[in-house]
Ligand binder design. Structure first.
Ligand code: ZN
Length: 154
């Protein structure tokens, strides 16, 4: 059957950035399983998979708007070193759990450490990136009533 709303889809994928660097892959792991139409995978990939059948292979390029969004400059802030328990050990690239605007936990990445403070970026690490997917559709089946009610694949 072809991929449509309320299908459970199993697929293998490889994700690379615009420079051809592999960011993620399901090779050697279990394939990804998701409920189609539920917004469980990035929109650009979900719409590209629509209508595909098991055994099909596709290459998809997804713009940031259809992936993890554009970089929001408001999410990049410089905070005083005193905001960190052990500021001396903080280095660019480190990630911390912080409290977001709605009180939700969010991951921030340290992008710069200077005398003025520590710059942290709360954008998704893949925000602003054009992503390339190499996908092979392994299986497509009708979702069960329970899966549709729950909004995810079992
Ligand atoms: Zn469930």
């Amino acid at each position: 059957m072809k991929i449509d709303e309320k299908c459970v889809v199993t697929f293998h994928y490889k994700m690379t950035n615009d420079n051809g660097v592999e960011l993620d892959s399901s090779a050697g792991r279990e394939p990804l399983v998701y409920l189609h139409g539920g917004g469980k995978i990035i929109p650009g990939l979900e719409s590209a998979l629509e209508g595909k059948s098991p055994g099909e292979r596709l290459q998809v390029t997804v713009q940031p708007e259809q992936a993890f969004g554009n970089v929001d400059p408001d999410l990049i802030q410089t905070v005083p070193p005193s905001a960190f328990e052990n500021a001396d050990d903080v280095q660019p690239g480190m990630q911390f759990q912080a409290q977001g605007p709605q009180g939700r936990a969010q991951v921030v990445t340290v992008t710069e450490v200077s005398d003025e403070g520590i710059q942290v970026d709360a954008n998704h690490p893949l925000a602003g990136q054009v992503l390339h997917f190499d996908v092979s559709v392994e299986d497509v089946r009708q979702a069960t009533e329970e899966e549709i009610a729950h909004g995810h694949a079992h």
